[in-house]
Design a protein around this ligand. Structure first.
Ligand code: G1P
Length: 295
């Protein structure tokens, strides 16, 4: 039997974005631009670069501009075409050609596990990826692509991790894992806990917003009781999965920015702007000359 491929990527995008108020009062946080590209587009491009064919976005009320963003804009395209703006036209077409995108509504904000469960019928009986759009990752090889390479080897669920020092660990799901001898970036997961108090964290290995999950997660999430924050936690579902199947952590290569947080968003903006061919040099010079930085 041929090994299963990761063809579908689920994007939970129904959250209210309260960490970014007032900007997110009327605009979905997924549409905030880092430089000139909405946060969610970074994740969608990563999924496509990793070989995914179908994008499944779990949305909620007030999120229809996400659908418009990935749709064809006939008016915009015809204007750009008639004005001979070929570069911009190619950019607009690139966005609407980014794979097949399906949407499903999460009617109540009941947690990440609940959001993933919404995608059950669209995913079906195959392993799939989950990308949390807040986490924008800058990596030489797209993070999800790295994970798929590991998946091809281990054939089990994989959680991307990064080391978080200090009390900040309490904002994450945390794994207890043992590095594999054959590849120390891969951790054999023995346990995991959602948002532990710092003293109760089993390690410094925090789960970040990239997962590859086997479809068994759905039946387990159905039975998982509400956890931290009174929400259905994906981490709790994965803990149940661990009783039936192997689960691995993966310490990815690259830098992750929590762009759903104001400071993380600013860091991502600066780093991505500096890397841009059209902006980087002028921006670097401006930063360098900033009087506020020389004091
Ligand atoms: C979610 C997950 C958590 C994970 C984090 C990564 O938490 O529940 O396990 O560590 O994403 O960003 P949230 O940030 O939605 O509170």
């Amino acid at each position: 039997m041929s090994k299963p491929k990761i063809r579908k990527a689920v994007f939970p995008a129904a959250g209210l974005g309260t960490r970014f108020l007032p900007a997110t009062k009327a605009i979905p946080k997924e549409m905030l631009p880092v430089v000139d590209k909405p946060i969610i587009q970074y994740g969608v491009e990563e999924a496509i670069a990793a070989g995914c064919e179908q994008i499944i976005i779990v949305t909620g009320r007030g999120k229809t501009v996400i659908e418009d963003h990935f749709d064809i804009s006939v008016e915009l395209e015809s204007q750009l075409e008639s004005r001979g703006k070929t570069d911009l036209l190619a950019m607009a077409r690139h966005i609407s050609n980014l794979g097949r995108v399906a949407y499903i509504r999460q009617k109540e904000a009941m947690g990440l596990g609940h959001a993933v469960l919404m995608a059950r019928d669209l995913v079906g009986d195959e392993p799939f990826a989950v990308i949390l759009p807040d986490d924008v990752i800058d990596a030489p090889t797209p993070c999800l692509k790295q994970m798929i390479e590991v998946f091809e080897d281990v054939q089990c669920s994989i959680l991307a991790t990064q080391v978080v020092e200090g009390p900040g660990i309490s904002a994450y799901g945390v794994i207890d894992g043992q590095p594999l001898e054959s590849n120390p970036r891969v951790l054999e997961v023995r346990g995991l806990v959602e948002k532990p108090k710092p003293a109760a964290a089993p390690s410094k290995n925090a789960i970040i917003g990239r997962y590859i999950l086997t479809p068994r997660i759905f039946e387990l999430l159905e039975k998982t009781p509400l956890g931290a924050g009174g929400e259905l936690q994906l981490t709790d579902g994965i803990k149940a999965l661990l009783e039936h199947e192997r689960v691995c952590g993966y310490s990815f290569e690259g830098t992750r920015y929590d762009a759903g947080d104001k400071l993380g968003f600013l860091k991502a903006t600066v780093e991505f702007a500096l890397q841009r061919e059209d902006l980087g040099e002028a921006f670097r010079q401006w930063l360098h000359d900033l009087p506020a930085l020389s004091n």
